[in-house]
Write a protein that binds this ligand. Structure first.
Ligand code: IMP
Ligand code: MG
Length: 172
């Protein structure tokens, strides 16, 4: 596997994050006290850029899930490997994800968190591959829709590599 093509450069990423933050700043008010839940590990880079542009109060927590499957395909069988520290009942929860592919991982996490009765639960994803969707999942805030190609960088990995690239690139 090697880097084929850069599909989002640093400037476009910055603009995307700024636009998402502006949208979110119009939705949440300061007394909403949002729990931003970043899904490990991929969304860490996006979440850290995004949260610094939010003007309402944010608490930060993490959840990690592993799905069984190959390095580029999700099986849909999901296991929570790191759960929240925060009790989210009655809270406004914003789930932050790096990329939605089949949607199976996020659907599982959303159902799990919904069962804890948050006041609101919304999803913000940096990248979306809508053509790959296998579930009926609403992404409330989407950064960029991309074609069905495997991408790395800006937190996204291939076999734990390339997360540190400052841009998003296609590998193959
Ligand atoms: P889903 O359950 O099929 O939606 O898969 C979601 C997870 O698979 C994401 O959180 C990523 O960790 C990973 N993933 C899906 N597509 C890509 C990609 O193009 N590059 C890197 N990781 C990906
Ligand atoms: Mg991920």
């Amino acid at each position: 596997m090697e880097i084929k093509e850069i599909i989002l450069g640093e400037k476009e990423i910055e603009l995307t994050v700024r636009n998402l933050a502006r949208e979110l700043n119009g939705v949440y008010k300061d007394d909403d006290k949002v729990v931003l839940v970043a899904i490990l590990k991929g969304s860490v880079v996006f979440a850290s850029d995004l949260m610094r542009k939010l003007s309402f109060s944010v608490e930060l927590d993490f959840i990690a899930a592993s799905s069984y499957g190959s390095s580029t395909q999700t099986s849909g069988v999901v296991r929570i490997t790191r759960d929240l520290d925060t009790a989210i009942a009655g809270r406004n929860v914003l789930l932050v994800e790096d990329i939605v592919d089949t949607g199976l991982t996020l659907s599982y996490i959303k159902k799990l968190l919904d069962s804890r009765n948050p006041k609101t639960l919304r999803i913000c994803a940096f990248l979306d591959k809508p053509s790959r969707r296998k579930t009926d999942l609403t992404i409330d805030y989407t950064g960029v829709k991309i074609p069905d190609k495997f991408v790395v960088g800006y937190g996204l990995d291939w076999n734990e590599k390339y997360r540190n690239l400052p841009h998003v690139a296609v590998i193959g």
